[in-house]
Design a protein around this ligand. Structure first.
Ligand code: SAJ
Length: 421
């Protein structure tokens, strides 16, 4: 008989994982959000992800969804672990709730796998003791952090290497057997706490490197240097790989996970400084907007247009997007803020058509590196604007092309001496 697997949490990672597993196992996907469960049950994918709908159609005979936890051989937790913002520590309430929900249904020999990102020690010190309250024998547990990137989730879940750390060698071995059914990359075994630590190191590494790129951009602006050209040429060195500056770091992982590392230590100067640099990039973007509007515009009130609210290019995901901070800062400074995004549907502020967003605007600000904006034609927008300013925070448009259509162009990380801000 096929092993039964229950995946708790049908979000960006839980749903694709459930569907990949349903090729070989009988899978029940559980979520506490009834309307979300209903949506998936009726065959509607709750977010855009290449190949997801097709995978659902292929495997739906092995896949059920429910708000109730069933009795199962294996449980996989893929629930959110948000940042407890007031304290900058991991918010583990969903993890605890999922563990409590499992207790009445868990069997002797069940295996519980945590995919959610957690601070080192959480599996052994928090979750396993909760599961042991069930009184069941030979419980097993492992941490198998996900490494996939939205927009390429299925491809990366299948092809990336994976780290699996069990609470003991049997747990590690059994978890590897399960993931081997769909992972083509190499699966590396380790212990459970090291697996928790590795996941946080990976995202912290990226955050610190982005902070360095952002700091390079700020220094370049002071020194009449185009940071994008400088980074491109520095990266010709065989051992240098500088990341890209931008308007700030968003998403559910890179902007959050470094704090899960720092909560367990007092030796975290570099990591917290990097977080601070990335978190204050929207403030810097606002300063650039102010300089632009001081120099080249008509009388206020000023209208600014934010192009892109997704946290990164070509996705519909706006979690932790730096656009939110920029919108709030801009409103606090008296600007009328108009917003456009070709993909995002759920957002706390109203989004409008591109034409409406640009009409009577004094400055366009590219925040998200959607391909859609790379292809934007200045002639399409030029006549709508009140004052033709454009600030590119991602270096994705051809500024010269926009200048041909009478735009004043500005680039984050380039003080642009000709325009002298
Ligand atoms: N960003 C920059 N400059 C860069 C790269 C990214 O400003 O050079 C910004 C992006 O615009 C975005 C944010 O950083 O706002 C994060 O984007 P991302 O593409 O770096 O990462 P995520 O959050 O989509 O996915 C990351 C990935 N982790 C790593 O690359 C180490 C992914 O593999 C993880 O699975 C995911 O976090 C996760 O779930 O932890």
């Amino acid at each position: 008989m096929k092993k039964s697997i229950c995946v708790l949490g049908l979000g960006y990672m839980g749903l694709p994982t459930s569907l990949l597993l349903s090729k070989n196992f009988s899978v029940v996907g559980v979520d506490i959000n009834e309307s979300h469960v209903e949506r998936v049950r009726s065959g509607h994918m709750p977010f855009d992800e290449p190949g997801l709908k097709e995978l659902y159609e292929e495997n739906k005979h092995n896949f059920e969804v429910s708000t109730e936890v069933p009795s199962s051989d294996v449980y996989i937790m893929s629930v959110p672990t948000p940042l407890d913002k007031g304290m900058n520590i991991a918010g583990l309430k969903h993890v605890k709730q999922a563990a409590e929900m499992i207790i009445p249904h868990i069997k002797d020999n069940s295996l519980v796998i945590i995919e959610s990102t957690i601070s080192p020690g959480t599996c052994e010190e928090l979750v396993f003791p909760i599961l042991k309250r069930s009184g069941k024998e030979n419980l097993k547990m492992a941490h198998c952090p996900e490494r996939a990137i939205p927009g390429k989730t299925l491809d990366e879940m299948i092809n990336n290497d994976r780290i699996i750390g069990g609470i003991d060698s049997v747990s590690t071995k059994e978890t590897i057997e399960i993931y081997k059914t769909f992972v083509k990359g190499t699966i590396y075994p380790t212990n459970i706490k090291t697996a928790e630590y590795i996941k946080l190191m990976e995202n912290t590494y990226r955050d610190v490197n982005i902070a360095l790129a952002n700091e390079f951009a700020l220094i370049a602006e002071e020194g009449n240097i185009n940071v994008w050209e400088a980074i491109n040429l520095a990266n010709k060195h065989p051992r240098v790989n500088i990341h890209s500056p931008g308007p700030g770091v968003g998403g559910h992982c890179i902007a959050i996970d470094p704090w899960f590392l720092t909560e367990g230590s007092s030796n975290t100067k570099l990591i917290s400084t990097s977080r601070q640099i990335n978190d204050t990039m929207p403030n810097h973007v606002l300063l650039l907007i102010k300089k632009i509007l001081k120099k080249n515009t008509k009388a206020g009130p000023h209208v600014i247009t934010i192009l892109g609210v997704a946290y990164k290019g070509n996705v519909d995901d706006a979690r932790e997007t730096p656009a939110i901070k920029l919108i709030r800062l801009a409103e606090n400074n008296g600007y009328i803020v108009k917003l456009h995004d070709p993909f995002v549907k759920n957002f706390p502020y109203s989004l409008t058509s591109l034409e409406d967003a640009c009409r009577d605007s004094d400055c366009l600000i590219i925040i998200t590196d959607h391909d859609y904006y790379k292809k934007l034609k200045p002639q399409k927008i030029s006549s709508l604007m009140r004052t033709k300013n454009i600030l590119d925070t991602r270096n994705i448009i051809d500024l010269k092309e926009w200048e041909k259509h009478d735009f004043y162009t500005y680039l984050l990380g380039d003080s642009n001496p000709k325009k002298n801000y």
